[in-house]
Design a protein. Structure first.
Length: 235
């Protein structure tokens, strides 16, 4: 067996190193994604104009809260999208998938949400259809993330179309967690419904807002919990 010279060994090592560097440059994304977060706002007929304003401005306020911004940036950023929902076919995307990686981008998204015109106001609460829409839209996120979370906010139970249970059977929710934000005040109280039929997946939970005036604070708590969990998942 012929002995390799030092020059030949060095040459092979250099080739191997450059091959590894090239593989890493091709194989790794520009940034690691900890979380894809899809925000779903209830605009059904149970939500009046004033309550809708509390909801939109509350979500924008929560997103720009310093603690939420810090949580987003600590993990390097997250993908986010937001849509409104009500009746069977009444889902409108107000913010398509956007990567939040700076205070400026977070601020722009928050302004878009706060200023988004309400698309529907006189339709029932079709939560099953909203969840089906969310499952399809989640698959459009541009990058595979460590966690995928649907954040559903609402003040009532499903009263039209198929229920959440049917949506979970019919649509692909593999590796998707669904959390709820319940706004108290309606009859029947939707909290038990969200806990038993809406929350789904690993680590799922339900946050409670005691009226629309409490929405911004409840959403802030919810976002920090969701985003911090995503950051831990990347460690």
């Amino acid at each position: 067996m012929r002995r390799m010279t030092k020059a030949a060994i060095k040459g092979r090592l250099c080739v191997g190193i450059w091959a590894l560097v090239g593989w890493l440059m091709i194989g790794l994304p520009a940034h690691a994604c900890s979380l894809a977060l899809l925000l779903a706002q209830d605009v059904s007929s149970s939500v009046d104009a004033g309550e809708h304003s509390f909801q939109s401005r509350g979500l924008a306020s929560a997103l720009t809260n310093p603690d939420v911004v810090a949580a987003i940036l600590m993990g390097g950023g997250i993908w986010i999208s937001a849509f409104e929902w009500s009746g069977r076919t009444n889902q409108i995307v107000h913010v398509d998938w956007t990567y939040l990686d700076s205070p400026a981008v977070i601020g722009r998204v928050a302004k878009t949400i706060a200023a988004a015109p309400r698309g529907h106001a006189d339709y029932p609460t079709s939560l099953g259809y909203a969840l089906g829409f969310a499952a399809v839209h989640m698959r459009k996120v541009p990058q595979r993330c460590a966690r995928q979370v649907v954040d559903v906010a609402g003040d009532g139970i499903n009263n039209e179309g198929f229920p959440p249970e049917a949506a979970y059977r019919a649509f692909d929710f593999t590796d998707i967690t669904v959390n709820g934000l319940v706004i108290k005040g309606s009859d029947p109280d939707p909290e038990a419904f969200y806990r038993e039929e809406v929350a789904k997946g690993a680590g799922s939970f339900v946050e409670v807002a005691y009226g629309y005036q409490d929405y911004a604070e409840a959403m802030k708590r919810k976002l920090i919990r969701e985003i911090s969990g995503a950051s831990l998942a990347m460690r």
